[in-house]
Design a protein around this ligand. Structure first.
Ligand code: ADP
Ligand code: MG
Length: 252
């Protein structure tokens, strides 16, 4: 006679989200930067955060990266996934591009020699091996952002967070960095050697870029998520009035 299998008590769902926010709020003193944020991010998604200045995009990315503690709610991130974050203006140390990338790896425990070698490979990945020895502070804005991408990429993150990564770049550099983002989001080698799509969250005011890069769009207004839709639906479907006017304003 067969007995029913004992049921494990807390089985994770088969397709558990990589990141899950429930009822997240952030206050800076009197400013309510985020309120009632519920968001689930699945592995491999490319999520664009859009909304007016001050709508909470940067705060949301900072919460996800653990830089800002939520004042309410819960943030759950898959601990097995390494995260890296990129800012609008990259912070470069006054040393070579290669050392800038290598230092990030060294800080995570890679030995210096190995970190230098991996840094060079990461710079090759973004087409900057020729300037590896140049002082990073003397590079153009676009080059610095590519070094920053190499630095993030070198860490082999499963989740890449980017806060307006192309906002301060000229059109040519914008295209270059955007192309790299698409490239890097395509696939990543995991620590165990397997390949998996990188999950990417980025904020942007450039709706063309959102169309080209995102699989889903999250529209924020005054710290709240007003719409979270697949990219096609965001640009073609009916939207809440505020989001519709935002899209019209940014495109028009
Ligand atoms: P976005 O990136 O969409 O422009 P932010 O997340 O930067 O929006 O800001 C959301 C709100 O929080 C804004 O009202 C902003 O002024 C406020 N804010 C952001 N950072 C701080 C801070 N460090 N201290 C106080 N208020 C802040
Ligand atoms: Mg911002």
């Amino acid at each position: 006679m067969r007995h029913p299998e004992p049921q494990p008590v807390a089985m994770p769902p088969v397709l558990s989200p990589l990141i899950e926010l429930q009822g997240v709020a952030v206050r800076y003193g009197r400013v309510q930067a985020l309120a009632d944020i519920d968001l689930r991010i699945a592995p491999g998604e490319r999520v664009a955060l859009v909304g007016a200045n001050g709508s909470g995009k940067s705060t949301l990315l900072r919460v996800l990266h653990g830089l800002v503690p939520p004042s309410a709610g819960q943030v759950r991130c898959d601990a097995a996934q390494r995260q890296a974050m990129l800012f609008q203006r990259p912070h470069m140390l006054r040393t070579s591009a290669q050392n800038n990338v290598a230092l990030a790896l060294w800080l995570r425990g890679t030995r210096w020699r190995e970190a230098r070698a991996q840094a060079l490979a990461a710079l090759q990945r973004v087409g900057l091996e020729a300037i590896a020895a140049q002082n990073a502070r003397t590079l153009s804005g676009g080059q610095q952002q590519r070094v920053a991408l190499a630095r993030a990429w070198g860490l082999r993150p499963g989740v890449l967070l980017l806060d307006e990564p192309t906002a301060s770049l000229d059109p040519h550099a914008k295209r270059e960095v955007e192309g790299l983002m698409a490239d890097l989001a395509g696939s990543a080698v995991q620590p165990d050697g397997s390949t998996q799509a990188v999950t990417m969250l980025f904020s942007s005011h450039n709706l063309g870029q959102v169309k080209r890069l995102a699989s889903r769009v999250v529209y924020l207004e005054q710290g709240r998520i007003v719409a979270a839709l697949p990219v096609h639906d965001f640009f073609n479907g009916p939207l809440p009035e505020a989001a519709r006017l935002f899209v019209k304003g940014e495109i028009g």
